[in-house]
Design a protein. Structure first.
Length: 358
């Protein structure tokens, strides 16, 4: 029996927006609730071509018309099974758009086409989410871009992308292309600071920055922490900077304008950007100095987080630098260079040499 719209709305977890609002279109979450479905089952409707978006929002989110949702609600599908499906079990609509083996064949075909065009591409399947991810290394010019790869896809895979059953550029691919962009001339710099400690009252005692594109040193200077502020022995054991070394150094109020001029409009990369931002901004505000754009989280990017994405881990890994600002900035840039390359865990496993039978 086909479901009635009143039954569908009754199963939704939140009130359905008014008809006047829905004429502008639902986002995927709203649309799934409108139909009383989990996002997983809602995605299969998109991949099967039973539900087409009417457009995208300014941020790229798919939009679905209420009239289209009403129409698909009348389709002779097993709605009860779909609504009661458990996340741990395969969806009853899993092959609504065709067999999984067919999708695998199509993904393999696109991957092979990219390789034939000289692009280092690879795909992987995650059974827990029934999702393929297609990644590819950036060329010297940075391409191909995601939009160019979409043009290579057969219709079913285009719908699979809309349904998030096929991800173009997962965390590994995104990181590689991001690193390529950061390495372009004038785009970014890599900054590091050494401090008297890790707390909110600790101060910057050294800062360095290098150009992300060519590694040239942009700034490298010690900083006087301020009157009556000494460097704890524990901090000195880490970075080797002593009170005598910073005694004649300029204060942060004098160094910060030079840092801002050096950074200019570039993206500021740091291995642990939360820490470097907190220390640079905190020291400036303690002195009543304007940290300008350094206070904005949008001005910074974190190489540590990008490294974890590239490696497929959530572990916070140490940089392994020399614990001096310039040495750590150089080490962080070396890391950025490596992030542009394909990580070893995505490479095919080496095949053992087999001796021919005698």
């Amino acid at each position: 029996m086909q479901p009635q719209q009143t039954d569908i709305q009754a199963t939704a977890s939140v009130p359905v927006p008014s008809r006047e609002r829905t004429e502008r279109g639902f986002g995927p979450e709203q649309a799934a609730r409108y139909l009383g479905l989990h996002r997983r089952e809602f995605a299969y409707l998109i991949e099967a071509g039973l539900l087409a978006p009417v457009g995208r929002s300014s941020t790229g989110t798919l939009r679905f018309a209420a009239s289209a949702l009403d129409a698909v609600a009348a389709a002779p599908l097993d709605w009860a099974a779909a609504r009661s499906a458990e996340a741990r079990c395969p969806s009853p609509w899993r092959e609504l758009a065709g067999s999984a083996s067919e999708r695998a064949r199509l993904v393999d075909g696109v991957t092979a086409a990219l390789r034939a065009a000289g692009v280092d591409a690879w795909a992987r399947y995650t059974s827990a989410t029934d999702r393929w991810t297609l990644d590819w290394a950036p060329s010297r010019g940075g391409g191909p871009r995601r939009e160019e790869v979409v043009e290579l896809l057969p219709l079913r895979l285009v719908r699979a992308v809309d349904a998030h059953r096929l991800v173009l550029l997962g965390p590994v691919g995104q990181t590689m292309h991001w690193a390529h962009d950061m390495l372009q001339p004038g785009v970014a710099c890599v900054l590091d600071v050494e401090t008297t400690g890790l707390g909110p009252t600790d101060r910057v005692i050294e800062v360095a920055a290098v150009d992300a594109h060519d590694g040239s040193v942009l700034i490298d200077t010690l900083v006087h922490p301020g009157p009556d502020i000494t460097i704890p022995a524990g901090a000195t054991r880490v970075h080797g900077i002593t009170d005598s070394m910073v005694a004649s150094a300029r204060p942060w109020s004098a160094v910060l304008p030079e840092v801002l001029a050096t950074v200019d409009r570039r993206v500021v990369l740091a291995y642990n950007s939360d820490f470097d931002r907190r220390m640079t901004v905190g020291h400036a505000r303690a002195l009543g100095v304007d940290p300008s754009r350094l206070h904005s989280a949008q001005a910074w990017q974190c190489l540590m987080k990008r490294r974890s994405m590239w490696l497929g881990t959530t572990t916070r890994l140490r940089l392994g630098g020399r614990h001096r600002a310039l040495g750590d900035a150089v080490a962080a840039r070396d890391l950025l260079l490596s992030l542009r390359e394909r990580p070893s865990h995505t490479l095919p496993a080496p095949q053992p040499d087999r001796k021919p039978p005698e």
